[in-house]
Write a protein that binds this ligand. Structure first.
Ligand code: SAM
Length: 185
């Protein structure tokens, strides 16, 4: 099952950070691709591509002016505080193995999306953020398995530590030795 995230109505000046965070969250929590709609924004696309290249995996990002086109062939899940509670619908959504398009808005979403979506899903019926809604939805969809995802061909990795920071770069001598040892074992 493929999972893509559609960011509706991106505004270049106001949403730069938040749209980037939507995409990075989608990538980190197991989605395959982000599709941006609204204003075309090279800087968001470039920074997400840069993170994907350096931190590994196969996450893609693309732009589509006509967002309605992107809905075809997917089960569409629109995240909105007006929708049905995620906890009541997630089993049904997960059961169907159809590829999913998860839609998040920015300031205002076009009214049509409420009817075009297969599901309008709320992560609580309180107003908050697209990043929070997306995170919890993906966590529910993947049932926590997304936390163990591996990102192949990463140039940078973090070695988890109780204290301090340990970053491993693919060019690190330590890492090169480890790869050589692994190859000959
Ligand atoms: N007032 C806007 C509207 O009428 O759609 C909502 C703006 S909100 C800051 C941006 C996006 O965050 C929404 O389009 C929705 O995707 C997501 N969002 C915010 N609160 C949510 C909630 N409780 N459940 C699900 N998604 C939510």
């Amino acid at each position: 099952m493929k999972v893509k995230v559609l960011r509706l109505g991106h505004r270049k000046k106001r949403d730069l950070r938040l749209t980037t965070h939507v995409c990075l969250t989608a990538r980190a929590l197991g989605a395959n691709e982000a599709i941006l709609s609204g204003e075309k924004d090279k800087s968001v696309m470039d920074s997400v591509k840069d993170v994907s290249k350096r931190w590994g995996g196969k996450f893609k990002i693309s732009y589509e002016k006509n967002w309605k086109k992107t809905l075809k062939n997917y089960e569409v899940v629109h995240l909105t505080m007006y929708g049905e509670p995620v906890q009541n619908k997630i089993n049904e959504i997960r059961k169907s193995k159809k590829d999913k398009l998860i839609v998040v808005g920015s300031e205002k979403v076009p009214k049509e999306i409420y009817n075009l979506a297969d599901y309008n899903i709320a992560v609580t019926n309180q107003p908050h953020s697209e990043v929070a809604a997306l995170s919890i939805f993906l966590h529910e969809l993947f049932q926590g398995k997304e936390l163990k995802n591996k990102f192949k061909n990463a140039e940078i990795k973090i070695k988890p530590k109780k204290q301090g920071k340990k970053v491993i770069r693919s060019g690190d001598t330590e890492n090169i030795f480890k790869r050589i040892i692994k190859k000959f074992n």
